[in-house]
Design a protein around this ligand. Structure first.
Ligand code: ATP
Ligand code: MG
Length: 413
């Protein structure tokens, strides 16, 4: 842990230190004991990546359960000027998408003096409507003013100066003051971050990405559990147009804000679907297609260095997602298939898709490859032995290897 450099200025100058910064509150990562340092490093890396294209220099300090970020500016611009404020706002905005960050707080860093804290708190609260509360914390217990004394001083100052009423139970806004080892942070409210674990902490996965609503949400859920995701899309080409590919591309681009450098692999699947149909798949066509997709994904996983596959299956949502069919899908590959949406209702999935801004794209019309060659009735109790027979007729494992080799790679970020 590196401490911020102590602010060792004369009393007069010290009172003027007033630096915009961003406080990131970390959740589970704090609990991870021995591996903690490695996690912190990964998170710091992800933070830098998320802000890299802003063109703003970034200073980063790791504290107990908190990361402090502040923009570094050209020598001639004032540390608390408009440019620094804007830079800190931009950084804070990016941090809202970094997995592992529980809260993002746009703060002001001031000298370690009660008066500086009180003045800054009043300044930040100025002009805000409604009731308020003050929460003060000392990380440094040697600070001569107790948390309670500080909270009272700030509360009465704001009341006196602006007339806002105090409401400790349901305040409209909360003023936070955190006394640290060598300075004080002051901020109001803060915003909820994504939570979860830093991307990359749980290894790598390959997401089977349709153009639909479910698979982008599934990917998001796994990224939030620390899985770095690559994406694989099957289009119905050449039997369909390229619309579904555009959608998959757009969706991966949207998801790339949660992890940088995402790769999308695209495979034209139409001919393979035709071959399954002519091998007499009948009512098993959909499940047979999904098995072939999974086998192909398994072959691709090597290239993507992935050790798990991810799908947007939700139990019982459509005929191909009955428990029997899901078991028949698991039988097709050796890799584990992660299904983070398995117990979610469609309404819950849609709400999450809206929140992560993938819904609108998913709802655009396209010709999904699954709707090609759709049998009149879909088998809900597929038998593995029957599926294997169909696959033997067209040597499905070799076909999967060929399909994998034909994949086109894109970098939608
Ligand atoms: P989604 O909304 O994700 O398309 P869905 O409700 O339409 O899901 P299915 O069409 O049965 O359900 O697909 C289930 C899962 O299979 C998808 O979530 C996805 O992981 C995978 N999948 C389906 N079609 C494709 C495709 N064309 N390319 C890649 N993966 C696919
Ligand atoms: Mg679909």
């Amino acid at each position: 842990m590196t401490a911020l450099p102590a602010i060792s200025l004369s009393g007069h100058e010290q009172a003027r230190v007033h630096e915009p910064c961003v406080l990131l509150k970390l959740g589970e990562i704090v609990l991870k004991g021995k591996n903690r340092q490695q996690f912190e490093k990964l998170l710091q890396n992800n933070i830098r990546l998320a802000a890299a294209d802003l063109g703003i220099g970034l200073r980063l300090w790791q504290r107990d359960g908190v990361i402090v970020l502040s923009p570094t500016l050209a020598a001639d611009s004032p540390a608390d000027g408009e440019a620094a404020q804007t830079a800190a706002d931009l950084i804070a905005d990016r941090m809202l998408d970094v997995m592992g960050v529980v809260r993002v707080c746009r703060a002001v860093r001031v000298a370690k003096q009660a008066q500086a804290a009180i003045d800054t708190a009043a300044e930040l609260a100025g002009g805000r409507p409604g009731s308020f509360a003050v929460r003060a914390r000392r990380r440094d217990k040697r600070f001569p003013v107790t948390s309670a004394q500080l909270a009272i001083a700030i509360g009465s100052r704001i009341q006196r100066q602006y007339g806002n009423p105090v409401d400790l139970r349901r305040p409209d806004f909360t003023v936070h003051v955190e006394v640290d080892q060598s300075e004080v942070f002051v901020y109001i409210d803060g915003l909820a971050g994504q939570g979860g674990l830093p991307v990359g902490m749980s290894g790598r996965g390959l997401v089977l990405m349709s153009g639909g609503i479910d698979s982008p949400v599934a990917a998001y859920r796994m990224m939030r559990r620390g899985l770095y995701c690559s994406f694989l899309h099957f289009s119905g080409m050449p039997l369909t147009g390229p619309e579904s590919v555009y959608k998959a591309y757009g969706l991966v681009r949207q998801l790339d804000r949660f992890q940088r450098g995402s790769r999308l692999y695209v495979i034209a699947f139409g001919r393979a679907q035709q071959r399954l149909a002519t091998s007499g798949s009948g009512r098993l066509q959909i499940v047979a297609q999904r098995r072939l997709m999974l086998k192909t994904a398994q072959a691709m996983a090597r290239r993507a260095r992935a050790t798990a596959l991810v799908t947007g299956d939700s139990l019982g949502q459509v005929a191909s997602q009955t428990l029997t069919n899901i078991m028949a899908l698991d039988d097709a590959v050796r890799l584990p298939i992660l299904r983070p949406l398995i117990g979610m209702d469609k309404t819950e999935i849609i709400a999450e898709a809206r929140r992560i801004s993938t819904l609108e794209l998913s709802e655009l019309p396209d010709q999904d490859c699954c709707s090609l060659l759709m049998p009149r009735q879909v088998e809900t109790r597929a038998r593995v032995a029957d599926l294997r027979k169909i696959e033997a007729r067209l040597d499905a494992d070799e076909l999967a290897e060929e399909l994998a080799a034909s994949a086109q790679e894109y970098r939608p970020g």
